[in-house]
Write a new protein. Structure first.
Length: 319
C-alpha cells in the first residue's frame, strides 16, 4: 500500500504548502514521482479504474507541489541575489519603509529626497546597504544626481519612483496645480524616460512607479493630482507595451494604492486606510512577482472597478 502513504504525504504537504520551503516541496515532488511509478506498475498489472483514479489524483497533487516549488524558488532567488535598487522619494511614507525592508534583506539601496537630515538618518541606520543623494525632482539635476546614485550602489536592477505630491485644491489654486504637475508629471517623466533607456542599454531591469487609484477618474478635490496620476499610469502602460514589442527583458510595474496611512492621506471620507508597513510589503511582493499593475491593498481592486464603470451622473456626486 505504498501509494496510500504517498497520497497521505502529499496531502499533508498541500495543507502546509504556504509554509513549505523549496527543499520540502522538492522532496515531496521526488517522493511522489517514485510512488507514481509504483502505482503505474500496479495499474499495468491491474486494470481497475480505482488505481487509475489514484494515479491521476497523485499527478494533480504533484503539479501543485511543483507550482509551489517554483514560486518559492523565485522568491528565494530574489532574496539570495543582492539587488541594486534605487528609490526616488525615500525620506518618508511608503518609499522610506520600502528602503528599510530592502536594506534589511541585504540589498544595495540608493535613496533620494529633499531632506538631507532624513537621508543621513537612514544611512546611519543601514551604513552597509544604503547610499543617498539629496535632490528635489522638480529641479534641474535629476539625471546627474541619479547617475551618481547608481554609481554609488554599483549599478541598477530596479528603480522605484515614489516621489510625489498631492494637496487639496478646493479653490483651484494655480500654485498647488503647478507644484503637482512639476513633481508628478515633469519630474516623474524625466526620471522614468531616462531609466527606461538605461535599462534598454543594459538589456534588463524593472521600472516601478507608485501611482494611485485616483488615476482612474477625475476628482474635484484635487483635479491636478488625479490627472497627474492618470498620466503616470498611462505612461507606464505605454512603456510596458513598448518593452514587450521590443522583446526586451524590462518589467514595468504600476502600483495604484488606495488610502495609505501617510501625510498624503488628506480630506474627508477616508476609508480602508492601509498601514504603511502593509502597503510597502505588498508592493515589494508585487515587484518580486514582476506584476504589471497592482492595487494596494488588494481589496482596493473593488473600488477601482466601481470607479471605472460608474456612470458620470453617479460618480459626480462623490468625485
Amino acid at each position: 500500500m505504498v501509494y496510500k502513504i504517498a497520497l497521505h504525504y502529499c496531502l499533508n504537504s498541500m495543507a502546509v504548502q504556504t509554509k513549505c520551503s523549496a527543499l520540502v516541496c522538492l522532496n515531496n515532488i521526488f517522493f511522489g514521482i517514485v510512488c507514481a511509478l509504483v502505482i503505474d506498475a500496479d495499474t499495468s498489472r491491474n486494470k481497475e479504474s480505482t488505481a487509475e483514479k489514484k494515479f491521476d489524483f497523485l499527478i494533480a497533487v504533484l503539479f501543485i507541489n511543483l507550482k509551489q516549488f517554483c514560486r518559492t524558488c523565485r522568491k528565494n532567488l530574489f532574496n539570495m541575489i543582492q539587488q541594486k535598487i534605487a528609490i526616488i522619494g525615500s525620506t518618508s511614507g511608503i518609499g522610506r519603509r520600502m528602503a528599510e525592508l530592502y536594506a534589511e534583506k541585504g540589498h544595495r539601496v540608493g535613496i533620494s529626497g529633499r531632506r538631507l537630515e532624513l537621508l543621513e538618518e537612514m544611512k546611519h541606520q543601514f551604513p552597509q546597504q544604503i547610499e543617498y543623494e539629496c535632490f528635489d525632482i522638480t529641479g534641474k539635476e535629476n539625471i546627474t544626481k541619479l547617475q551618481t546614485l547608481i554609481n554609488k550602489i554599483g549599478g541598477l536592477d530596479i528603480l522605484i519612483i515614489s516621489a510625489g505630491t498631492g494637496e487639496p485644491s478646493k479653490e483651484l489654486s494655480w500654485k498647488i496645480d503647478k507644484t503637482t504637475v512639476d513633481t508628478n508629471v515633469n519630474g516623474f517623466i524625466e526620471i522614468a524616460n531616462w531609466t527606461f533607456n538605461y535599462f534598454l542599454k543594459q538589456d534588463h531591469g524593472q521600472l516601478v512607479t507608485i501611482s494611485s487609484v485616483a488615476a482612474i477618474r477625475g476628482g474635484s478635490w484635487a483635479p491636478a493630482y488625479n490627472a497627474s496620476k492618470a498620466f503616470q499610469s498611462n505612461y507606464f502602460e505605454g512603456l510596458s507595451i513598448k518593452a514587450g514589442k521590443m522583446r526586451k527583458d524590462i518589467t514595468v510595474t504600476c502600483i495604484e494604492p488606495g488610502f495609505v496611512d501617510t501625510k498624503m492621506a488628506k480630506g474627508d471620507g477616508i476609508f480602508w486606510l492601509v498601514p504603511v508597513d502593509k502597503a510597502a510589503r505588498q508592493i515589494i511582493r508585487a515587484i518580486e512577482k514582476k506584476k504589471r499593475k497592482v492595487y494596494i491593498s488588494r481589496r482596493w481592486w473593488i473600488i477601482a472597478k466601481l470607479m471605472k464603470w460608474a456612470p458620470f451622473w453617479l460618480y459626480r456626486k462623490i468625485g
